[in-house]
Every structure is written in C-alpha cells, then in structure tokens.
Design a protein around this ligand. Structure first.
Ligand code: AMP
Ligand code: MG
Length: 330
C-alpha cells in the first residue's frame, strides 16, 4: 500500500511516500533561510513558501519513489497543530489530490507523528503502552500512550518551547539561526556547570521562559563588564543546554517511575541534539528503560513520519476523514 504524506505545519514543505511501513521517498524544502534575518519563523513568509514549493515537492516525492499519482492508495496530511496559514496550504493540497484520485484522506496530529518517527523504516511492531517525549521548536510535551485512541498529555511547557528558547538565546547572542544546532556544536562539557541555571518545573509541566530571561540578563551584565566574548558565550550556552535538557530528562524519568512504563518514544527537532541523544542512551544502558529515539533524519519536520502514522492509523483503526476535515492551529 502506498501512502502519500504531506507536512506543512511550520516552515518545512515536505512530501513523502511510504510503501507500507517503509519510507521510499521523503522530500523537504525548508524556508528556513528566508526567516534567518528575523531570527524566527514569520508565518506569512512560511505560507507563501509552501504555496511556491508544494507542487514541486510532491512531484519530486513521486519521482524519487518511482511511482505515478495513480499508485497512491492513501493520503495523510498534518492538519494540527501548526501555523494556520501553513496548514491550510497542505490540507487543501491533500484534499485536492484525494478528490481527484478518489482515495481516502486522513488528518494527522503533527506531534503524534513526531513520536511515531522512531517506528518508521524499522517496521517495529508498536507495543502499548508507552510514554512519549516531543521536544521541538513549538512544543515540549510528555504523553502517556495507551493506544492511538488514548493519548494523555502528562506534561507540557507552560510558556516557551525548548527549541524556541535555543533559537531565542542564539539570536540574542548573535550565534545564528536556528539556535539548536549552533548551541549543540558550541556545547562544551567542561562548562556545563559553570553557571547554575534552573528551569521551572511543576509536576510534569515545564517552564523555559525564566532560564531564557536569566541568559538575557547575563548578557547585559557581561557586556557592561566587557566580558561578553565568544568564550563567555560558550560557557553560558553550555550551562543553558545542560540545565534545559537535564530538566527534560529528569521529568521524563519521573513519569517513567510514576506510571511504571519503561518504553519512551522520542521525537522532534531538539532530539537531533547530540548531548540529549547520548544521555538517553546512557540511561538506557543503566536502567531497564528503552528509549526509541527518532533517527536524526526524521527529527525535524518531515512528511515521512506523517505518511507512516497515516498508514498505521488507517490499517489499525480504519480511521479516515472526509473532505470537510479542517486545519486546526492548536
Ligand atoms: P521542529 O520544530 O521539530 O521542526 O524542530 C526545530 C527546532 O529544533 C528548532 O527550535 C531548532 O533550534 C531545534 N533543533 C534542531 N537541531 C537541534 C539540535 N541539534 N539541538 C537542539 N535543538 C535543535
Ligand atoms: Mg515539529
């Protein structure tokens, strides 16, 4: 069965084709460069880029998969959550294809697709229940997944998402955009405890706006003292990364221990972080917890995870949506 996946929730225009569970093409064009000078995603620019790119990405995904449109059996599209203008482009494109080919259409929750990513390609049989961790530019969430019909949010950020704070700090420190990969590269283990920054935590809920403000005040203070050089920036961002990621890990482990669920599926852009990946694998070795971590190529927004989850839901639950399906920003 061939599934076409479509993802346009933020700044990546992506189309993918899966053959059952296997990803046979996954094409993404990002408008990232167009947002660079603003240090964050500008919704209007993202929407226009989707409009410009979607057809080309779709054609390329089919060409790479070596199939024609007629071979498509199912269309899966991200319809929530995301930037509303961006979602509208993908959802309407998907509806048009569904209507023209007379094939079923399924709306996919982008966050569920992120934690489905570790199950792609490997044809892993999904064992329920599991916990899941999604850390991205827009979300930081921990879920309890009893089945894809029963997903309970255990905790989430009460303000900024973790990836968003990586981006904002890097912007303020003139380190570049997006901030996550830059800070990941600059991270120096020797400096992780140089500044003892703290993140907010209430139960399984998290808060990152306080640590962001602390980093901003440090900048002002260091600039006044003429100490805000590259070495100081490295010390500051290393301490930030350590605190933010360790808080997420600690909260996840608390959820594991409370619910006695020892499988955690992890996805989202921040899961590309080397320190985070290594720490999760280290914990896995020392405990009975297994972390199913999204392969790096599927951590950022992509349509492969959307197609994969669409195929799974269609076959396991028989879920489809009709053409009245709406995009939902939240
Ligand atoms: P997404 O929202 O899933 O597309 O992920 C994008 C977010 O992931 C942005 O906020 C990036 O800064 C962040 N990100 C990407 N790579 C890394 C990395 N290596 N370390 C930390 N954050 C990252
Ligand atoms: Mg995302």
């Amino acid at each position: 069965m061939y599934t076409l996946g479509i993802e346009t929730s933020c700044d990546e225009t992506s189309c993918a084709v899966t053959k059952n569970c296997e990803v046979i093409s996954n094409i993404t064009i990002s408008s990232l460069k167009e947002h660079k000078k603003y240090g964050g995603v500008i919704p209007e620019i993202a929407t226009r880029a989707h409009l410009k790119n979607i057809n080309r990405v779709f054609e390329l995904a089919l060409k790479t998969a070596n199939i024609t449109k007629k071979k498509i059996d199912l269309i899966a599209v991200t319809n929530r959550p995301g930037l509303i203008g961006s979602l509208v482009v993908g959802v309407n494109f998907a509806k048009a294809i569904s209507l023209a080919l007379k094939k079923p259409l399924i709306g996919i929750n982008h966050l569920h697709a992120h934690f489905f990513a570790p199950y792609l390609d490997y044809n892993n049989k999904i064992k329920f229940p599991f916990l899941s961790l999604v850390v991205s530019g827009g979300h930081t969430e921990i879920y309890q997944v009893k089945s894809f019909n029963e997903i309970k949010t255990l905790g989430r950020t009460r303000d900024d998402a973790c990836g968003e704070v990586f981006d904002k700090i890097a912007k303020a420190y003139h380190l570049g955009y997006p901030g996550g990969p830059v800070i990941d590269k600059l991270f120096n283990d020797a400096y992780k405890k140089e500044f003892l920054f703290k993140c907010g935590k209430i139960g399984f809920d998290l808060s990152f706006s306080g640590i962001k403000t602390a980093l901003m005040y440090k900048k002002i203070q260091m600039e006044k003292n003429g100490e805000f050089n590259l070495k100081m920036k490295i010390k500051l961002v290393s301490s930030f990364q350590y605190s933010a990621l360790e808080t997420i890990i600690k909260t996840t482990l608390e959820a594991v221990n409370k619910f006695k669920i020892y499988r955690v599926a992890c996805g989202g852009g921040v899961l590309a972080n080397q320190y985070l990946r290594e720490r999760l694998l280290e914990i896995e070795k020392q405990t009975k917890i297994s972390f199913l971590i999204s392969p790096k190529k599927y951590t950022g927004d992509n349509a492969a995870m959307v197609a994969g989850l669409g195929f799974y839901l269609y076959n396991s639950l028989g879920v489809t949506h009709n053409l009245r399906m709406k995009p939902e920003a939240n």
